[in-house]
Design a protein around this ligand. Structure first.
Ligand code: HEM
Length: 454
């Protein structure tokens, strides 16, 4: 066993902290030049970066039992999502994951498809030809409504205020990641006041879901009912606080990432009209002018390949963190208990060793025949192992249905002067927003009837 992995050169006292904070994405890309498992310093604290699929497998799957979510992540998120599924660990996490899992089974999520296309068609009914749209906001409002309705049977009324509260909370979480010693949230700073107001707004929204359901006491068979019933059954089990944390976590995780994935996919299509044309041709021939259904998805390979490739280039979760809960060896290096790791998802996704011409948008990488050649664990938009995204299938179904519904009616172009660059704001977001111009498509032919084989 070797003593320690390659160390990235840094500054006195700060180590690599300032580089990391100034431009996280380029820092992560650069780290690959030092090795598959490298070390850097955040001030005095060592952090390890995972730059290879095999090492990602070792951390997230093979030795998953040796790791928890990192304390830094938990502390940064605590005041907003508490101990919900994303930040929870150990036995409590196992119990909660088991409770929530049935709401995400394939059969159940298939039933959400119509809600998804209903909200999408309602949203785009307001888009006018040649109108300039703030696509991040549009997609956030849409995915927020969908997660509210499907999992909590609730209508979100103030999408814009709620969307902006989520953004404020995420900015604050992100900022706390950057600080060696995070500013206490009780300090009377403007940003703390804004965070408190945002959290208050979100708490009101979440509490309304819970109160509303308690009032009727009805079992609607959705996630919220499952959580409430489990709370009643397990004395001393899930507290009110735990329930609130779960609902807040799923509400946040369940819309923010998917809206990002869709925004990036629409942006990439605007930059690649030839690929957009393939998508439009597929939609016209398979679904015509009807709303796409769950059953249609199997016949929309371009829609699927485009979403997957968009999430390769712009993974909403650009990286995930872990902390060793006991001494463990990774990539043959001994790590101490408490060691912090970042799995460099975006860096692996854009590594030429695993993806030819990695910076190019080539959806065909994910065709049925090509996809099997992608090295295992080189494509990790939803993570891997026991902590893999619980909403993985939900998100993929939603993203494809919404993309198909939008592309059926509109072609989108980037607004003049729109600069495209990703930035880390907890998740991967467009640094300069995403203004797009809507162009109504000419009427599309009716759904082509499937050939009847006699
Ligand atoms: C494109 C959309 C999405 C992406 C890219 C994404 C990505 C991820 C990733 C990478 C993780 C693992 C984090 C880690 O290992 O530390 C995760 C966890 C999680 N995601 Fe997602 N997610 C998406 C959509 C959703 C949706 C739709 C939901 C719920 C409706 C959801 C709920 C969660 C929850 C609760 C966890 C924590 C699971 C656990 O630790 O047991 N996500 N997500």
């Amino acid at each position: 066993m070797q003593a320690q992995p390659p160390v990235m050169p840094g500054e006195f006292f700060y180590g690599n902290m300032r580089q990391f904070n100034r431009d996280t994405l380029n820092f992560l890309y650069d780290s690959r030049g030092y090795g598959d498992f490298v070390k850097f310093f955040f001030g005095p604290f060592p952090v390890y970066i995972v730059n290879h699929p095999d090492v990602a497998h070792e951390v997230m799957v093979a030795k998953a039992e040796s790791f928890y979510k990192s304390t830094v992540t938990k502390q940064a998120m605590k005041s907003t999502v508490g101990d919900g599924l994303f930040t929870n660990d150990g036995d409590s996490w196992k119990r909660q994951r088991k409770l929530a899992q049935p709401a995400f089974h394939t059969k159940r999520i298939a039933a959400y498809a119509d809600v998804m296309t209903h909200y999408a068609s309602q949203l785009i009914a307001n888009w006018r030809d040649a109108a300039t749209l703030d696509m991040e906001r549009e997609m956030t409002a849409l995915t927020m409504q969908i997660v509210g309705k499907t999992l909590f049977d609730a209508e979100i009324s103030e999408e814009d205020a709620t969307g902006s509260a989520v953004r404020t909370a995420l900015r604050s979480i992100d900022k706390r990641f950057n600080q060696l010693i995070p500013m206490p949230e009780w300090l009377p700073l403007r940003e703390n006041r804004e965070l408190k107001a945002a959290q208050k707004h979100l708490d009101t929204v979440i509490q309304a879901f819970i109160d509303d359901r308690r009032k009727t006491g009805e079992d609607r068979g959705d996630l919220l009912s499952m959580l409430l019933l489990a709370q009643d059954e397990t004395h001393g089990g899930m507290s009110d606080q735990q329930l609130r944390d779960e609902v807040m976590t799923i509400f946040g995780a369940g819309h923010e990432t998917t809206s990002g994935a869709l925004t990036w996919a629409l942006c990439l299509l605007a930059q690649h009209p030839d690929i957009a044309a393939n998508l439009h041709a597929e939609i016209d021939s398979v679904i015509g002018d009807e709303l796409p259904t769950y059953a249609d998805l199997a016949r929309l390979p371009w829609t699927d390949m485009i979403m997957k490739e968009a999430m390769r280039l712009y993974p909403p979760a650009w990286g995930v963190t872990r902390e060793a809960i006991a001494p463990v060896s990774i990539h043959n290096y001994p790590l101490r208990q408490g060691a912090n790791l970042v799995i460099n998802i975006i860096g692996i996704h854009r590594d030429k060793r695993f993806f030819e011409n990695p910076e190019a948008f080539i959806p065909e990488r994910f065709s049925a025949e090509n996809e099997k050649n992608i090295p295992k664990y080189a494509y990790l938009p939803f993570g891997a192992g026991p902590r893999i995204c619980i909403g993985n299938s939900f998100a993929m179904m939603e993203a494809r249905l919404l993309l198909a519904t939008i592309a059926q009616k509109f072609t989108l172009s980037l607004a003049p002067g729109q600069v495209v660059a990703p930035e880390r704001v907890f998740t991967l977001r467009p640094k300069y927003g995403m203004k797009m111009v809507a162009h109504v498509r000419q009427s599309v032919p009716h759904r082509v009837q499937e050939a009847v084989v006699s």
